[in-house]
Design a protein around this ligand. Structure first.
Ligand SMILES: Nc1ncnc2c1ncn2[C@@H]1O[C@H](COP(=O)(O)OP(=O)(O)OP(=O)(O)O)[C@@H](O)[C@H]1O
Length: 593
């Protein structure tokens, strides 16, 4: 994506404002040359001895003052237009980027990706914003002014003009040749910046674990290495960029020496007026400095280009295709029809899975860690589309239903609970914004959180801090359960939804919410095998396939993987365990079993 693409992506009127600003900057720069033209005229008069009349001098002074005034006014409006247009354009671009991200498959938004996106939007997009609000104006002046001055020099005397600009092609050739390495170093510096951000986040995030394991030192070394790596690549980039720009400036300045030599020779030979020579010397000051600045800005532009590449990589992530006319369904059974899916090419995580999850029944998923249980749940909510086969709800392919409809039919309690820095009530009400206070309270009661909520300083109106910072893990989990409960969707997906609540709460939750006959199609990944013994159907997964299917009793009797897991969970090594009496078997299965 080039800056032009961002201009195209943004609102037309803002792009127009920026272009108008750039146009005014060109005028501003042209006006900057006017006083020099007037000066040239005055010098000409003086050296020709025509100083007897004040009129011409006054007229030239008027021209110079008008030029300065126009330069000031154009500059003022140019800055105003480019700044307001630039900020407005980039605000729009940020919204487009956020909208694009909101259409990405949910499965793409993993925690590490979210960190990258955050850095991308806050750092890289801000750099591009600087480009439109500040750098563009400077760049315009740095290119237009030397171009105007070069024309003036050629007009004053073409030989001196040629001498002044003789080294320009060589200087630019050197700068352009150094660009490739500069671009490589820029990409490395941006990657180094990401490494530091990721290492810092991991270090701060993992502090409790690191301290408890006494591994702070190791991780600190990793962080410190990332920081020193960033320092090294930054220094290398600056050194290389600095050296190439200094080389560029030196070669340019050789042009001044050539101008001086040529001018002196021509004046001494009587071929050029002294006024013209003096004028060329003055104009030269407005030629080399801005052009050197243009070279520096080009190097900065290359660095910005890499930042733009990173933004482009996100804009290139494909959203899920959505149907033009979404199909409808009233059915709530879920069918996996020969579904194959993998996160990385060539590595299937679900392998030709065909299964029906009946409407209104509780289906439990069990299996060793990495078997694909979470992936199967995510596909049910269309976090991703399968690579092959189809996932259907009520007989309709989720791709034909579209993400919005799928989300409307599904409530989820996932491993990572997310709460917002808002009141308790607002966090629960996210499940169904139009719910009454009584409904919110009822959901909280069923999810066993009413008591702790009423003990909070402002009850349901208590703000819970960023991501529920003022709540315990179990309390957060229960709030997310209340939210899902309030949504009252026909399909309920529970991925370790009760992992951090105590056994009583878990069982109460299952009685109220996920019990057979409650009318919901429930798909749950079991944390405690004891909580799924009454499930209508248990699917046992291993290596991306469903290897067993049946009821608790049937699977125990079959003596396969489920029976092994049950034995491990109940620590009974002497044979298949008996089904626990009701809810009184709190044995937990380690998901890595
Ligand atoms: N976002 C991802 N990118 C790449 N691979 C992934 C991703 N998420 C999961 N996997 C891989 O897919 C496989 C199945 O993971 P999944 O989380 O579905 O298993 P699971 O049975 O739910 O495991 P667990 O019980 O440990 O949560 C694993 O090998 C895992 O490494």
């Amino acid at each position: 994506m080039l800056f032009a693409d961002i201009l195209r992506l943004g609102e037309r009127k803002h792009a127009k404002t920026i272009r108008a600003g750039a146009g005014l900057m060109v005028l501003e720069t042209l006006c900057a040359a006017v006083p020099y033209v007037a000066l040239y005229g005055a010098l000409d008069l003086v050296l020709a001895g025509r100083t007897d009349r004040v009129g011409p001098f006054l007229a030239l002074a008027g021209v110079a003052v008008t030029g300065l005034l126009a330069q000031y006014l154009f500059g003022l409006y140019a800055a105003r237009l480019s700044i307001t247009g630039g900020y407005a354009l980039m605000a729009g671009f940020r919204v487009s980027l956020a909208e694009h991200i909101s259409r990405l498959p949910l499965g793409v938004l993993t925690r590490s990706r979210v960190g990258q996106l955050n850095a991308l939007i806050s750092d890289n997009v801000r750099m591009i914003e600087d480009m439109f609000t500040h750098v563009l104006g400077e760049m315009t002046a740095a290119v237009v002014l030397p171009a105007c001055v070069a024309v003036l020099l050629l007009v004053v005397d073409w030989r001196m003009g040629l001498a002044a600009i003789a080294t320009v092609p060589v200087a630019w050739a050197v700068l352009l040749l150094s660009r490739r390495r500069f671009a490589r170093l820029s990409a490395q510096r941006l990657a180094g910046h990401d490494d530091v951000a990721a290492a810092l986040l991991e270090y701060i995030d993992g502090m409790p674990v690191l301290r408890s394991c006494g591994a702070e030192g190791d991780k600190f070394r990793t962080l410190s290495e990332a920081m020193h790596g960033f320092r090294r690549i930054s220094s290398r980039l600056e050194a290389w960029g600095g050296a190439s720009v200094v080389g560029f400036a030196v070669i340019l300045e050789l042009g001044f020496a050539a101008l001086l030599a040529a001018g002196t020779y021509l004046v001494l030979g009587g071929e050029v007026e002294r006024a013209a020579f003096l004028m060329a010397m003055v104009l030269a000051q407005k030629f080399y400095a801005p052009m050197t600045r243009a070279g520096m800005l080009m190097a900065e532009g290359d660095y910005l280009g890499r930042a733009v590449d990173k933004v482009k990589a996100v804009m290139d992530l494909a959203p899920l295709p959505e149907p033009a006319q979404p199909a409808r369904t009233e059915g709530t059974d879920v069918t996996f029809d020969a579904v194959t899916f993998g996160y990385d090419p060539g590595r299937s995580v679900l392998d030709d899975v065909s299964v029906t999850i009946p409407a209104g029944k509780v289906t439990a998923l069990v299996g060793p860690s990495g078997a694909g249980k979470t992936t199967l749940v995510h596909l049910t909510a269309r976090f991703h589309d399968p690579d092959a086969g189809a996932v259907r709800l009520g007989g309709v392919d989720l791709c034909d239903l579209g993400s919005e409809q799928v989300m409307a039919k599904v409530a989820m309690v996932l491993q990572d609970v997310h709460l917002f820095d808002d009141t308790v009530a607002a966090n629960i009400r996210l499940g169904r914004p139009e719910a009454t206070d009584a409904e919110v309270r009822r959901a909280a009661e069923v999810a066993q959180c009413h008591d702790f909520i009423t003990a909070l300083p402002q009850g349901y109106d208590t703000r819970i801090g960023e991501d529920g910072a003022r709540l315990s893990g179990g309390q957060k989990q229960r709030l997310s359960i209340a939210r899902a409960l309030l949504k009252d969707a026909p399909v309920l997906l529970l991925d370790e939804g009760t992992a951090s609540v105590d056994v009583e709460t878990e069982l109460a939750f299952h009685r109220a919410f996920a019990r057979p006959g409650a009318g919901k199609t429930v798909v749950m990944i079991a944390h405690r095998l004891s909580s799924i013994v009454h499930a209508d159907q248990i699917l046992v997964m291993d290596g991306g396939r469903i290897v067993e299917r049946g009821s608790h009793a049937g699977l125990l009797a079959a003596g396969g993987l489920y029976a092994d897991l049950w034995r491990a969970a109940t620590c009974d090594q002497d044979g298949p365990a008996e089904e626990p009496a009701g809810a009184s078997a709190p044995a937990a299965i380690d998901r890595g079993a």
